[in-house]
Design a protein around this ligand. Structure first.
Ligand SMILES: [Zn+2]
Length: 391
């Protein structure tokens, strides 16, 4: 027999929009459907809205997922900055801000800063912290999905295998999910703009280079969570030292930090500012970097044949320059029919891609049948115990 959580999925996917349709589709009795739906409404998962004027008689009440019923806190941690947001279950940001918090300060200080920012956002938006249903963080490193800990990151010294969920859980006692940044951004962009496409490849070029792959609506992680580490593909005979300790990685040649060094600057955002100001040397180097990364991306496109290749991260803000370089190499080095229907574009979400993707991931978790049924059972047991203990 279908659980309440499974009934919620039927409404979420648009299969059923009224109690009558639920009875017809599932074969459950009227009393069972009433039980499931009433519990979902009471717990804030569903709401019932008047469908308006009908052809006579009582207008049918339509069931709808209550996207505002729970809040999601999402943080996108970069090497030097973080974006923090409060969203609803549809991953729509209700409040958002950028904070300066270098990730190399270590997990305790950075996570404390992020939790303070969450609380500040909730307060400024007049939102009750008790409505927070889950927290998501994305970080510039590989993440073990079971433990929520960083496996290895070259830009996050001191984070490997350190507790993240446990620290954040001291402030927010709710489910906490941790994901790699490029993977979260890929999910955010796919969900926001390219849900019609079965596959999307996102490449994030900021300080370093990473990629995220969405296949059939799911993040593809690889056996060791290492899928998407294209920044460390080694190129021919270049011998520049990379953050990973190797030499000649594409990130050490075409990443934002590498460009900043060659231009006598410090960060990838300095490079963006130079390009935006029309500096000819910066523009030429940026296009060349795009072409260099494009060589590696051509191989990825040939392997995956994605519908969309998205450029995100700081270098996506160089206007068309980095993107033009990527396009040149990908088109020149791939079979025409692999790129015939390939869209190569900058992301639509800009710096919000990480928090949106992270929020989508948390919302999916919070609305999944297993999580919903567990939450309803906990509520039921609490009610029973309270009833038993009542005088
Ligand atoms: Zn490397």
């Amino acid at each position: 027999m279908l659980s309440a959580g499974q009934v919620l999925q039927l409404v979420r996917r648009g299969s059923c929009r009224t109690r009558k349709e639920l009875i017809e589709l599932t074969g459950l009795s009227r009393s069972t459907v009433t039980d499931r739906v009433d519990r979902l409404i009471e717990a804030g998962y569903l709401r019932e809205v008047n469908a308006g004027v009908s052809g006579g008689g009582r207008p049918p009440m339509m069931l709808d997922v209550d996207m505002g019923g729970r809040l999601v806190l999402a943080a996108d941690l970069g090497a030097a900055h973080a974006t923090v947001a409060v969203t609803d279950l549809a991953a729509r940001p209700l409040a958002q801000e950028d904070i300066e918090v270098p990730v190399d300060r270590g997990p305790e200080r950075v996570l404390a800063e992020v939790c303070r920012a969450f609380l500040r956002l909730l307060e400024s938006a007049g939102l009750d912290p008790a409505r927070v249903g889950g927290v998501g963080l994305d970080v510039p490193g590989s993440v073990n999905q079971d433990t929520g800990r960083v496996i290895r990151s070259f830009v996050m010294p001191g984070w490997d295998d350190r507790p993240i969920r446990e620290v954040v859980g001291e402030t927010f006692n709710v489910p906490i999910l941790v994901e790699n940044d490029a993977k979260a951004m890929a999910l955010g962009e796919w969900w926001s703009a390219w849900r019609d496409s079965p596959s999307l490849l996102l490449v994030k070029v900021s300080t370093g280079i990473g990629a995220g792959i969405v296949l059939d609506g799911r993040i593809y992680r690889g056996v060791e969570e290492a899928a998407g580490n294209i920044g460390h593909v080694r190129l021919g005979d270049d011998d520049r030292v990379c953050t990973c300790g190797s030499r000649g990685c594409v990130a050490a040649v075409a990443g934002g930090h590498a460009l900043a060094v060659r231009l006598g600057r410090t960060t990838s955002r300095d490079v963006v500012r130079l390009v935006q100001a029309g500096d000819p040397a910066a523009i030429a180097l940026t296009q060349e970097a795009g072409r260099t990364l494009g060589v590696v991306l051509a191989a990825a496109v040939s392997l995956l044949n994605p519908g969309v290749l998205v450029l995100a991260g700081d270098m996506a803000e160089t206007g068309e320059h980095y993107l033009t370089g990527i396009r040149e190499s990908v088109y020149r080095r791939s079979l025409p029919y692999a790129t015939r229907n390939l869209e190569i574009a900058t992301g639509t979400l800009g710096r919000s891609a990480g928090v949106v993707g992270t929020a989508v991931m948390v919302a999916e978790h919070l609305l999944s049948p297993a999580t919903v049924d567990a939450a309803l059972n906990t509520a039921l047991n609490t009610a029973l115990n309270t009833g038993l203990n009542a005088p």
